[in-house]
Design a protein around this ligand. Structure first.
Ligand SMILES: [Zn+2]
Length: 231
């Protein structure tokens, strides 16, 4: 059985550090703000459901002195990003150098509610910057079981029109990395330079030992727990 405990989550990053990976944000990747000789782990977190589990992740990152890019939803049925408790969770993560960005649902909000996507994106960026007092550099499209694909927004829009540096699936990263994701909750999947590695269920530690130059790790807080997934 694969291990999705926070104990194992910590081991992933310890192993990366031991194997000389530099753990960086997507902002630093897209700004080329790292030593090009280094192996890098581009650390992405999408908060789909359980925002409170970021507290355990914060402790791990603080102790290991590493950071991540964390994408947050404004339209999540399961959490209110703007509650005071949740703002404080994000402030803690920002205080250790994490980057935050929007986990966008632009096609969904437009498709179901008729709201103008371009106006909405501008307003959401402004809201994030007001609430969290940090510049927003990027966004990551949320994927769900709705009838829309939120990534479609970027077929006829470019991040710079919105003052953004990147969208997380931009080719500069997606086409030039080993991407490893827990998005199937209980098992891992991976892509090499944008192509699915069929039936590759290696854990991030397996990939770290393989040693790709750019390892792009996506995790979701709700996949991780202390002892039991529904704790
Ligand atoms: Zn998502």
């Amino acid at each position: 059985m694969d291990n999705f405990t926070f104990g194992y989550y910590r081991q992933i990053f310890e192993e990366a550090i031991n194997k000389n990976y530099k753990v960086i944000t997507l902002k630093d990747f897209f700004l080329d703000n790292y030593n090009q000789e280094d192996k890098i782990l581009v650390n992405r977190i999408d908060v789909d459901v359980k925002i409170e589990r970021l507290k355990a992740i914060y402790k791990i990152f603080k102790e290991l002195e590493i950071k991540a890019s964390i994408y947050l939803r404004l339209h999540a049925p399961a959490y209110n990003l703007l509650s005071i408790g949740n703002i404080k969770i994000i402030q803690d993560l920002l205080s250790i150098g994490c980057e935050i960005g929007l986990h966008t649902e632009l096609q969904d909000v437009n498709g179901y509610c008729g709201i103008d996507k371009k106006v909405l994106l501008r307003q959401e960026i402004q809201l994030f910057e007001t609430i969290f007092q940090t510049k927003i550099y990027g966004s990551a499209s949320h994927g769900d079981m709705t009838g829309y694909n939120n990534l479609d927004f970027w077929k006829d829009n470019v991040p710079s029109e919105y003052g953004l540096l990147y969208e997380a699936y931009d080719k500069k990263l997606w086409d030039h990395c080993r991407y490893v994701s827990d998005s199937e909750w209980t098992q891992w999947k991976s892509y090499e330079n944008g192509v699915l590695l069929q039936n590759d269920r290696r854990t991030p530690i397996g990939h770290i030992n393989d040693g790709p130059k750019v390892l792009h790790l996506l995790t979701h807080p709700e996949s991780w727990y202390e002892g039991y997934i529904y704790e």
